[in-house]
Design a protein around this ligand. Structure first.
Ligand code: UT7
Length: 334
């Protein structure tokens, strides 16, 4: 196929049933519903409860929804990339565990570690595999069980994060009017001081002391991250529009990382977009890290139309950030 392009042909998602509301958090830490809603836009988050359940247990139903919708045999999947910072285990990759659980016996895969930008990085990578012609069906998953690395005595972080999973299927198309068209991806490791997990890696392996010091939880300097996030996400989104000769009016939807409503608003303003064109579900899921973008696509899938220009934008630990422009390829009903 000449001039092959990668296009999303299906979306799946999963959020756990259990909710953790702002009012629940009021009973756990010194905070209140008004503060959380006005500073972040979050009202509640979903939490994966129960012993022996990891990220793969959310990713599996998300991917199975795609298989069901498209009537695909799991053996047809060529590759599965799983973006996550909360893998089931440090190794093997959660991608391998997902493939085993769904019966994707012919797929190879790996985990993408790029925090909140993980889905965006994995989507771009997966699209290139399709464009190259080497692979026909690539699944990209964004999943995080943030509740497994959140300290529920730390009000600075526990109010933000939630659990969830989303996935898309990428396939090839000859139709040049649709598909994944352009991406600007960035990373800057000097930002690691502001958002990281202190122990559990090779630098500081787990010990009784690291557990005692709560060093296996997500550490974030919120204000510093906020400043970088506002600038980073808005800059790349505006640059992406400019280099593709597009203005806000040409964009049907902005799919922003759901970390903070104020960061989302700043990005939309910079792109010259009306609020009705911005996908926002932070109020019900919180920040699900790698899952925010596919969960937006999942929630909005039934409203998307063939030909809609969509910009996905993210910012997260690393620092990592970026924006992707794609044109939606199908009309769907959920
Ligand atoms: O997804 C990965 C990337 N992450 C992000 O993009 C997150 C970026 N950061 C943020 O979204 C925000 O910085 C937070 C939501 C984390 C915090 O909001 P903020 O407006 O930056 O608050 P702050 O840390 O500047 O704190 C303001 C005040 C402080 O009190 P004083 O010093 O002004 O008296 C805090 O102690 O609010 C206090 N505070 C809280 N009060 C009630 C901090 N956390 C809370 C809380 N409830 N949960």
């Amino acid at each position: 196929m000449q001039n092959r392009r990668a296009t999303i042909t299906a979306v799946g998602g999963y959020v756990p049933e259990d909710k953790l509301t702002n009012f629940d958090l009021e009973k756990m830490v010194e905070t209140n519903d008004e503060w959380i809603r006005s500073r972040t836009g979050i009202e509640e988050r979903r939490i994966l409860k129960g012993e022996g359940k990891g990220s793969s247990d959310m990713a599996v139903p998300a991917v199975q929804e795609i298989l069901r919708k498209k009537n695909i045999d799991p053996a047809e999947i060529d590759c599965l990339i799983c973006a996550t910072v909360t893998p089931d285990m440090v190794f093997p990759a959660t991608a391998n565990i997902i493939c085993d659980k769904i019966g994707a016996t012919n797929a190879w895969g790996y985990d993408m570690s790029a925090a909140c930008s993980g889905f965006l990085f994995a989507l771009t990578t997966g699209a290139m595999y399709i464009e190259s012609g080497r692979f026909k069906k690539v699944i990209v998953v964004g999943v995080d069980k943030m509740s497994s690395i959140v300290d529920y005595t730390d009000r600075a972080t526990c109010i933000i994060f939630g659990d969830g999973a989303g996935a898309v299927l990428l396939e090839a198309t000859e139709d040049q009017s649709i598909g994944v068209k352009d991406s600007i991806l960035k990373s800057d490791g000097s930002g690691r001081q502001y958002l990281h997990m202190k122990a559990g890696g090779s630098l500081k392996p787990a010990s009784a002391e690291t557990v005692l010091n709560k060093e296996h939880f997500a550490y974030q300097e919120g204000q510093a991250v906020f400043k970088f996030a506002v600038k980073g996400m808005a800059d790349v989104s505006a640059e992406l529009l400019e280099r593709n000769g597009l203005a806000g009016e040409d964009i049907a939807w902005l799919v922003p990382h759901q970390a903070n409503l104020r960061i989302i608003d700043a990005t939309a303003n910079r792109m010259g977009l009306d609020k009705e064109k911005v996908m926002i579900n932070i109020q019900k899921y919180g920040n699900t890290t790698a899952a925010t973008l596919p969960l937006c696509l999942w929630d909005w899938e039934s409203q998307l139309k063939k030909g809609d220009n969509i910009v996905l934008a993210a910012f997260g630990g690393g620092f990592t950030w970026g924006a992707t422009l794609l044109t939606w390829g199908y009309d769907s009903k959920k």
